[in-house]
Design a protein around this ligand. Structure first.
Ligand code: HEM
Length: 525
């Protein structure tokens, strides 16, 4: 299972894939909805034909990006992996867990569409024969797993993802969740587990008046709407300029799927998937103060890969060792929710890296398992996440930053284009000195969208703004609007699990999920 898509079915264009020599993007099939297309992408802006940078230029740029450094941010580090969880929710192709028969073409289409409906958590629901394995026998609760005792810390129920199916060691380690990408590293895995707990708590607190036949659907609706509220009011304004987020959610979209019927099946703009929302790659740290045991930077990114089943082997155990259970107090700031008793000393707290044009250096040499192989030697550009992102954009002929700025302005979006000097100099981001003069000139003229939105953020206090913020906010808005449960369509809905009727943040979600208990949020103390 790959983290991202290898080929893109773009509505109206067909399937865009890389040819064998890695240079040409070809239209392979003009599939129609009736032919059950794969996950449906779309193009928000113009094509970037004739504006793609050459191979050696992309290698140099990627080399300048994945060197570590860059800025620090105030964003608690948990939000990095919440973002990764959201990415997987948005780009999840539910047909991979649905039984082919008994599925109508309309359901099939919906299943291959982006929406913020937590299908990466629920699969196709407890009644679907292929998804039943994610649920307890009551058909209501999601399964959780048990850690394995380590270094004198007992095995603990409910602190690992469920595992243990199959007979080979590899199969046994594999998480029993709809989307194995959520076990790509330990931080996203523990985020998925927190969402499982959230759902289970909501089930447990449903009023007795809800009849058995409606209990699952009611719980899912409450969970999904709270999740969307949290994303709109807490996650989005941390990574995107708040003014843009408010403008999109209050005034509506200007550029993406404008005027469509709200319940029409949404698509996923490649400008979001291939560029703007890859913002999270810049937030990743090379090391974390993970918990009491793997403290002081000993929770390295590399170990977070090892203690997962998609990129690693759980340290050769069959389940997560108890020593690796997350300390959520180090990833989210519970002082925001007035819980100083759940705060750790500042030196123990983890903050994300600033959103800018630099990436933590381990991302220069991804493990083959993290991107779906093939194995490649140290410093091979295919292992460099920045090179992969830039190359993916070339593959789909993605619009450049300048093209998107012009396009968005033509739609009435108020933004200021970056100047060549801003793109060249940035603000303590990637240093372009090692590009040749010709390479630099090409980059400043036709800036790859991902690089452009990261430069915008770096020049603007570490949040997406301008082009980047608009693409992200509009895509989230549409993905909530088109979700079966939707706070965009149900405008009267208000959260009930937070401190008041307008507040529901990630810390509130965790407090609810973990019953406000330190023994659950940080069981190692
Ligand atoms: C340690 C953490 C992460 C790793 C190792 C990782 C790795 C990857 C890889 C290998 C790809 C595919 C690259 C390609 O096109 O070949 C990818 C795609 C992507 N990543 Fe990440 N990523 C991480 C975290 C994140 C975060 C935090 C976000 C957002 C907040 C994010 C957003 C995306 C998006 C939007 C895609 C494209 C998805 C698609 O096309 O289906 N990633 N990532």
């Amino acid at each position: 299972m790959r983290h991202g898509s290898e080929s893109y079915f773009v509505v109206g264009e067909g399937l865009l894939t890389e040819s064998a020599d890695g240079r040409e993007a070809t239209v392979a099939v003009a599939a129609t909805a009736a032919a059950a297309p794969p996950f449906r992408f779309s193009r928000m802006g113009p094509r970037g034909s004739g504006r793609q940078l050459g191979d050696s230029n992309r290698k140099r740029i990627a080399g300048a990006m994945a060197v570590g450094g860059g800025g620090a941010s105030q964003i608690p580090a948990g939000f990095t992996y919440l973002g990764q969880f959201v990415d997987h929710d948005l780009t999840f192709d539910k047909t991979s867990v649905m039984l082919g028969q008994n599925v109508t073409p309309a359901q099939m289409l919906q299943a291959r569409s982006p929406s913020l409906d937590l299908d990466s958590l629920y699969g196709a629901g407890p009644q679907d024969p292929e998804s039943a394995k994610f649920y307890e026998s009551d058909g209501l609760h999601l399964k959780m797993g048990k850690t394995v005792a380590a270094e004198g810390i007992a095995a603990k129920n409910g602190f690992d993802l469920p595992r243990g199916a199959g007979s080979s060691a590899k199969a046994k380690r594999k998480a029993i969740i709809p989307d194995p990408r959520n076990d790509e590293n330990l931080a996203v895995a523990q985020t998925h587990l927190a969402m499982i707990r959230f759902h289970n708590r909501v089930v447990d607190t449903l009023p007795a008046s809800v009849p058995p036949s409606q209990r699952f659907d009611k719980a899912r609706e409450l969970v999904t709407k709270h999740y969307q509220w949290m994303l709109r009011t807490d996650y989005l304004p941390r990574v995107c300029a708040a003014g843009v987020v408010n403008n999109v959610f209050n005034q509506g979209r200007k550029a993406f799927e404008v005027g469509v019927a709200p319940t029409d099946v949404p698509t996923m703009p490649i400008e979001f998937s291939v560029a703007a929302f890859r913002l999270g790659h810049s937030m990743i740290r090379r090391e974390y103060n993970w918990n009491k045991i793997f403290d002081d930077g000993f929770g390295t990114l590399d170990l977070l890969f090892t203690f997962s089943s998609t990129s690693g082997d759980l340290g050769q155990e069959m389940r997560l060792p108890s020593t690796w259970i997350a300390d959520f107090r180090r990833l989210y700031d519970f002082k925001e929710a007035n819980k100083p008793n759940l705060a750790v000393p500042a030196a123990k707290f983890n903050r994300a890296r600033r959103i800018d044009t630099r990436l933590a250096d381990p991302l220069k040499n991804l493990r083959a398992a993290s991107f779906g192989g093939p194995r490649a030697p140290e410093n091979d550009p295919r292992r460099n996440l920045a090179f992969r992102n830039l190359t993916r954009a070339k593959m789909v002929r993605l619009a450049t930053g300048q093209q998107m700025a012009t396009f968005l302005k033509s739609k009435g979006v108020n933004l200021t284009k970056l100047t060549k000097a801003q793109i060249r100099d940035g603000n303590n981001g990637a240093d372009l000195d090692r590009l040749t003069l010709a390479q630099r000139a090409a980059l400043l003229k036709d800036t790859p969208l991902w690089f452009y939105v990261l430069r915008e953020a770096e020049l603007g206090g570490g949040k997406l703004r301008g082009v980047g913020a608009r693409i992200v906010a509009e895509t989230f808005h549409r993905a909530m609007e088109g979700s079966q449960n939707s706070i965009v369509r149900d405008t009267a809905w208000r959260p009930t699990f937070g401190p008041n009727t307008t507040t529901f943040r990630m810390v509130d979600l965790l407090l609810f999920a973990f019953e406000g208990k330190k023994s659950l949020l940080a069981p190692l103390g």
